[in-house]
Design a protein around this ligand. Structure first.
Ligand code: CTP
Length: 407
């Protein structure tokens, strides 16, 4: 039932930690991929070895692995997760979560994740009843965290429930029903459709150690690819050099470096695609030659790098667009935004442009938010500042709307 779901199981230091072993077993049996994150205190109650052997992945506790120095990225973990469950959550962990005290890997991952978070508190009666715990729990609820507890019904009132941790079976049920209610909410409107997405920057080599690039992180394109896959599409993602995990295991991903490589790969897939979304920040120019050896500082005149034009991937693909294909481009502008976007729509033979203005705060490269205007031949709609996840959902909604119009 949880097949392929990515779950982060956070364990903090309470006597109920032994129950997490049962929860872990249930999750793995239900088909989930589980990454355990345990607090330093948690390790006093249960050994990471037990957890790793059940989950098949090393349990993470520290920011670094002591012997190898390998860094565990809480951001990657947060992105990877479809759900985070903290069981048991002690009074101290709950307090840290409520107040953003990121002094361990568990709370840091919580602060980084965009996934739904569940918390199964476990503590003695006095700690559970304490006004400070009540306040912290109320804060978590207000922050959208789901509290799984035999006393959950009493949270809103002044009645004090027991601090005992919910039974693993019931936690599993809560997790399953979260995913159950999630899925019907997204009708698979793109079922059977082939979608190609380009994302990220391109790197144009100057010599073996240098390149011309740009600040694109690839986040927007990856969110769009993820959203299309969520709606049932068959997604091919062609991406330049980015540091992002593939957002969905069903996505076919091709990593490329230069604009020419991105062009070749995209061209070979675009013909059979129903929808193409050109979200990459492709370098418009590349050095005419990539020097075979490193340009040295000494013994030569100041170098001049001659640039030549790269193919415009969107425009080249747009030229061969068939009637039943729908192509979407992005435009990043600093001035005359709308005019330029409309011009690109026509020039590149696209059906829709997603316009970002560099003048808007929180929009564009590197950040997790974006503010867009969707431009089609007969319409222009502006959206408020949103997370890139929500922006992707707006873009895909609009594509589906346009496809249905054409029917
Ligand atoms: N694009 C592309 N290949 C290129 C350049 C751009 O596929 N060599 C695509 C982008 O992925 C985007 C759209 O074209 O969907 C617009 O990109 P943008 O950089 O805004 O436009 P340019 O055509 O490069 O125009 P300019 O840089 O002059 O604004």
């Amino acid at each position: 039932m949880l097949k392929g779901k990515h779950i982060v199981l956070g364990i903090s230091g309470g006597i109920a930690a032994y129950k997490s072993v049962f929860l872990l077993r249930l999750l793995v049996k239900a088909g989930a991929e589980v990454q355990v994150v345990i607090t330093p205190n948690g390790k006093e109650f249960i050994t990471p070895v037990t957890l790793s052997s059940l989950s098949g992945k090393p349990a993470i506790s520290e920011f670094f692995t002591a012997n190898t120095g390998e860094w565990h990225s809480h951001v990657d973990l947060g992105l990877w997760a479809d759900l985070m469950i903290i069981a048991p959550a002690t009074a101290s962990t709950i307090a840290k979560m409520a107040n953003g005290v990121a002094d361990n890997m568990l709370v840091t991952s919580y602060l980084s994740t965009k996934a739904h978070v569940m918390v199964a508190p476990a503590m003695d009666l006095d700690m559970w009843a304490h006004p400070s715990t009540r306040r912290n729990i109320a804060t978590l609820v207000a922050d959208g965290v789901e509290i799984i507890s035999p006393a959950a019904g009493e949270l809103a009132s002044h009645l004090v429930g027991k601090g005992r941790m919910e039974e693993p079976q019931n936690i599993l049920k809560a997790i399953e029903s979260y995913f159950d209610t999630l899925h019907p909410a997204v009708p698979p409107a793109l079922n059977g459709k082939k979608v190609i997405v380009t994302a990220g920057p391109t790197h144009e080599k100057i010599d073996p150690v240098r390149f011309i690039g740009n600040y694109s992180s690839g986040k927007m394109g990856f969110e769009i690819a993820r959203e299309c896959a969520r709606r049932g599409a068959d997604v091919t993602l062609v991406c330049g050099p980015v540091a992002l995990p593939t957002p969905n295991p069903d996505i076919e991903r091709f990593d490329v470096t230069s604009a020419l490589e991105m062009y070749e790969t995209t061209r070979s897939f675009v013909q059979s695609a129903d929808i193409a979304i050109f979200a990459a920040a492709v370098a418009d120019y590349r050095p005419e030659v990539c020097r075979e050896s490193k340009i040295k500082r000494e013994k030569q005149q100041e170098p001049v790098i001659k640039l030549v034009k790269n193919p415009d991937i969107a425009a080249e693909c747009g030229r061969g667009k068939r009637k039943n294909q729908f192509f979407v481009g992005f435009a990043l502008e600093t001035d005359n935004e709308l005019e330029n976007a409309q011009e690109k729509l026509v020039k590149k033979n696209l059906d829709m442009i997603v316009l970002n203005s560099l003048r808007d705060q929180g929009a564009g490269f590197q950040c997790d938010t974006n503010k867009i205007t969707i431009v089609t031949a007969d319409d222009t709609v502006s959206f408020p500042l949103k997370s890139k996840t929500d922006v992707a959902s707006d873009v895909v909604d609009r594509i589906i709307l346009e496809l249905n119009k054409g029917k």
